[in-house]
Design a protein around this ligand. Structure first.
Ligand SMILES: [Mg+2]
Length: 226
């Protein structure tokens, strides 16, 4: 069991989708709802619509376009922001997130949401969840210019949001993002094994990980990971 030494941690960077929020919403939007509307528009079956959309997503993987509401609105000819609104009742905060954020605040940590999500997605999710008052800052990768998995991201972020890599913790459900942060020198990185409550757990062979935020609250405080 690895124990996080919270005395060494001044800043906590938290991912949004899959980490604080259930990835079920995003998976439903992109793998079911958008393909359904696309299929309706083009007279295809739902499966054909999904195949078509997924192949378009693959072509944009690893780029900011992949996360860009406006890009997909243009590419697919669908009002993506409106489609997200249609199923926004599925947006949900993972268990124990709010007590965790409150604990960070009470310990005086700087708490920053750092997400690849587009501004429109961030504002929809903050409106639905009311989580925004828990953050000292919200950073959108679209303002940084590259996504978090890009090797230049953390150096550019440091200009917008100063931090000491030796005293910063990143919690994120993406292995490529953990890797880019670790390569930059981030001392503490943690994966999230259950980003989507309806899907099997992920594994993080190269990094420490949590099954949920209860892991970080257990034991009477933010002193141990398990
Ligand atoms: Mg994520």
């Amino acid at each position: 069991m690895t124990v996080l030494d919270w005395r060494q941690i001044a800043t906590v960077f938290l991912d949004m989708d899959g980490t604080l929020l259930d990835l079920h919403f995003d998976n439903h939007v992109w793998l079911s709802h958008v393909p359904l509307r696309y299929a309706e528009r083009h007279g295809l079956s739902h499966d054909e619509g999904r195949e078509h959309c997924v192949s378009r997503y693959r072509a944009a993987e690893g780029t900011l376009d992949w996360y860009c509401v406006e890009y997909w609105t243009r590419e697919l000819g669908l009002d993506i922001a409106r489609l997200k609104e249609e199923v926004s009742h599925l947006i949900a905060v993972h268990p124990h997130v709010v007590p965790f954020l409150e604990r960070l605040r009470s310990l005086g940590k700087r708490v920053v949401l750092v997400t690849n999500a587009h501004h429109k997605s961030i504002s929809l999710k903050m409106r639905r969840t009311g989580l925004d008052p828990h953050f000292d800052a919200i950073v959108c990768a679209h303002d940084v210019g590259v996504p978090k998995e890009h090797p230049e991201f953390w150096g550019r972020l440091k200009i917008l949001e100063p931090f000491e890599p030796a005293h910063t913790l990143l919690i994120d459900d993406s292995q490529p993002v953990l890797r880019s942060a670790r390569d930059f020198g981030m001392a503490f990185v943690l994966g999230v094994r259950s980003p989507d409550s309806r899907q099997p757990d992920k594994t993080f062979p190269d990094y420490d990980s949590i099954s949920g935020f209860r892991d970080l609250l257990a034991g009477g405080g933010l002193t141990s990971r398990e």
